[in-house]
Design a binder for this molecule. Sequence first.
Ligand SMILES: Nc1nc2c(ncn2[C@@H]2O[C@H](COP(=O)(O)OP(=O)(O)O)[C@@H](O)[C@H]2O)c(=O)[nH]1
Ligand SMILES: [Mg+2]
Length: 260
Amino acid sequence: MTNFIYLLGPAGCGKSTLADALATQLSAQEVNHLVMNLDPGAEWLPYTPEIDIRTRISLQEVMRTYRLGPNGALVVSVDLMVDHLQELRELVKARGVDYVLVDTPGQMELFAFRETGVRIVRGLGERAAILFLMDSFFARRASDFTSMLMLATSVYARFALPQLNVLSKVDMLEPELLERAVRWTDDYDALVDDLLLEAHELKREVSMGFFEAVRGAGFAGRVHPVSALKNEGMLELFAAIQRALGTETELDLQREEEQY
Ligand SMILES: Nc1nc2c(ncn2[C@@H]2O[C@H](COP(=O)(O)OP(=O)(O)O)[C@@H](O)[C@H]2O)c(=O)[nH]1
Ligand SMILES: [Mg+2]
């Protein structure tokens, strides 16, 4: 059965770059996969998608037809994707791959917070997981990090699928800050301690509210640090994906054991 892995996260958090790096990892492990681009507005991609929504929906054409600017046209383009669902499903089926890496629109709200996203995810196949990317830029301050966890939680609430939170671009983060961010998700007390140190009172209060919501939802778990640029953390991330989907094989388990 085909497993769909959706890469989701705010604009510029590194979805497309990670899709490329993860695809390289799967090739190295000889895992049968393909990459699908569902961003109709992508001007350039770091990989060549086997299935590409841009060959079916043209942003320029939508702008002309509906007399819209680029932002409005993007909203319409994403909504139009639903009409291509059947076709996408057949394309995937014909390829018979084990994994489909799905790159989603640069602006996550178009996909994550519109009905279209949920319909596409439900319609493509039931074996699916979400990678929610949090840019390392937001791991510099406990309040920013908590806001990202809140966003991750709201995505989780919408899709209700196995979800891994990925800390992207860790090559941009000093080792001690990376360690601290991972600790925040291992031990929420550490996160609360740092939240309480925030100078801005209103921010502190709002962040504590977010934190309670995140803890209440109870899914967030440990962040998975990666650098798509430096190809770091890919093996571990794929192992975590397999665990989340329950698709790990004996060989994978062996490989993981060798890692430690
Ligand atoms: N330093 C660093 N930059 C990255 C990494 N991944 C992506 N980027 C950069 O972040 C920017 C946005 O990446 P992109 O994959 O297009 O983000 P998307 O909008 O989420 O698809 C690009 O300039 C990438 O080169 C990474 O692991 N490390
Ligand atoms: Mg992208």
